[in-house]
Design a protein around this ligand. Structure first.
Ligand code: ADP
Length: 445
């Protein structure tokens, strides 16, 4: 027998569910209505229970894994739904009309908690009047794997304007719960990764600081060592010159030859030391430039004075092609002479004896700039290595073809010095044919 109270509730829910579900309101008898209601509640994974004012369940129906009606009737609602234990004060507040609703969202339960078979058998037996929900005749309960999620909502149950107890809805929200679970899991993983990243960052920063300190130490060491070496070397170089000149007595050719070797080696050492000091200055931003309006001819003359002999000694020819007017460049004279000297020195070093070197100058492609070029007929630079020759201590694999000594610092320094003066440096080279190095500087006017 269906009691009057149940009939009323069922009618309300059937109307509500029918409206949303089918769009048509069927006129049904009460027995049919119960079947439909159960079917709909079952399909949607919803249960409800109604209690009296002592929280004792007087009516329960719907999906049995949400509320098992056979166990619920006559029991306190917090025995049926242990999740409500501890919320007695709030439940009382709902009864007293002080609290409109209480909700426990996304309660996680495991599949073992539910006992549905008896209920489903019973339900299927009652559903003969209506077609089954699915073709295979089974009522589907949303499956969330081993666990499922429920949301419990408690509302006041009113009759004739008075609160006579509680109405408790239990809804299967497994899909939402699983999504929520995945989001939480991803969030936790992200937090973990972020923490790992932060720790790695701290370690990297510490390593970086250590590296910087080591780098500074290295630069300081190079500077100090180079300075300390330069002083006695300058003395050796000076006295060797004096000895060779005969300032301390005339020398014959046999005695002079070793002195020449000493002088050449000392010059070479001084050049390396000066280069090391320059690299250190460049790396620490301590290059001081004296930018002046400088006639091109002055730069060329200073270089030719020095390199004319070098080239001659190797039996090479040096031709020069300069513009007839005298352009003024805005540059540091000493540093520009150093750059051009390095290019001329390289051209001679990496060109076999008897080869030729051509020095030319003219307006650069970029307006307001002037370009100087040093061309040789030397060994050239292997294509695969052309990217690297401006690096520090880099020498091409064919560098010793002409027995040229070097430390691989000159081009690095030259590029830095040209760029510091606002210009650019580049080259074209064909292995076995020769190379041309170009650099630009701003015009003074
Ligand atoms: P260094 O001449 O002291 O070795 P550089 O920095 O001046 O150092 O040059 C780097 C390298 O570039 C050289 O070792 C050489 O392999 C290559 N190189 C530079 N200039 C020329 C050139 N004119 N012809 C061929 N190779 C060159």
């Amino acid at each position: 027998m269906v009691c009057a109270k149940r009939k009323r509730i069922l009618t309300i829910y059937i109307r509500a569910l029918s409206r949303t579900h089918f769009g048509i309101i069927f006129i049904l008898n009460v027995e049919q209505s119960i079947h439909i209601l159960r079917l709909l509640l079952q399909n949607r994974g919803i249960s409800y229970a109604i209690t009296d004012r002592n929280f004792v369940v007087t009516l329960a129906d719907g999906a049995p894994y949400c509320i098992d009606q056979s166990l619920a009737l006559g029991r306190r609602i917090d025995v049926v739904l242990p999740e409500l234990i501890g919320s007695e004060a709030e439940l009382q507040a709902i009864l007293d009309g002080e609290l409109p609703r209480l909700q426990f969202p996304l309660i996680n339960r495991s599949r073992g908690d539910r006992e549905t078979s008896t209920f489903l058998d019973d339900l299927n037996a009652q559903l003969q009047f209506f077609p089954p929900a699915h073709d295979n005749g089974e009522v589907e309960i949303s499956d969330g794997g081993d666990s499922y999620y429920l949301t419990i909502t408690v509302l006041p149950h009113q009759r004739y304007g008075e609160i006579t107890g509680l109405i408790v809805f239990v809804e299967d929200v497994t899909e939402e719960g699983l999504i929520q679970q995945r989001i939480t899991q991803h969030r936790n993983e992200l937090t973990l990764l972020r923490d790992q990243l932060a720790r790695q960052n701290v370690r990297l920063q510490a390593a970086n600081r250590e590296l910087q300190q080591l780098d500074e130490l290295k630069s300081r060491f190079v500077t100090v060592a180079a300075h300390e070496l330069r002083t006695p070397l300058t003395a050796i170089s000076g006295y060797t010159e004096l000895l060779r000149d005969g300032s301390f007595g005339l020398l014959d050719e046999r005695q002079r030859r070793p002195l020449t070797i000493i002088a050449q080696s000392t010059d070479r050492l001084l050049e390396i030391i000066n280069n090391l000091l320059d690299v250190s200055r460049i790396e620490t931003g301590r290059v001081q430039l004296n930018m002046c309006s400088t006639p091109l001819q002055q730069i060329i003359r200073r270089c030719l004075d020095e390199y004319h002999l070098v080239v001659k000694k190797r039996g090479q020819t040096l031709t020069v092609d300069l513009p007839s007017d005298t352009p003024l460049l805005l540059c540091d004279l000493a540093r520009t002479v150093q750059v051009l000297g390095n290019l001329l020195g390289n051209a001679s070093k990496y060109t076999p004896e008897g080869g030729s070197i051509h020095l030319s100058a003219g307006p650069a492609a970029q307006a307001g700039y002037f370009q100087i070029a040093v061309q040789d007929t030397g060994v050239g630079i292997p294509l695969a290595e052309q990217q690297r020759i401006f690096g520090t201590f880099y020498r091409a694999s064919n560098a010793d073809q002409t027995n040229a000594a070097g430390a691989g610092l000159g081009l690095h320094i030259s590029r830095s010095l040209v760029e510091l003066q606002g210009g650019e440096i580049h080259f074209e080279s064909e292995p076995g044919q020769g190379s041309t190095f170009f650099f630009t500087l701003p015009l003074a006017e």
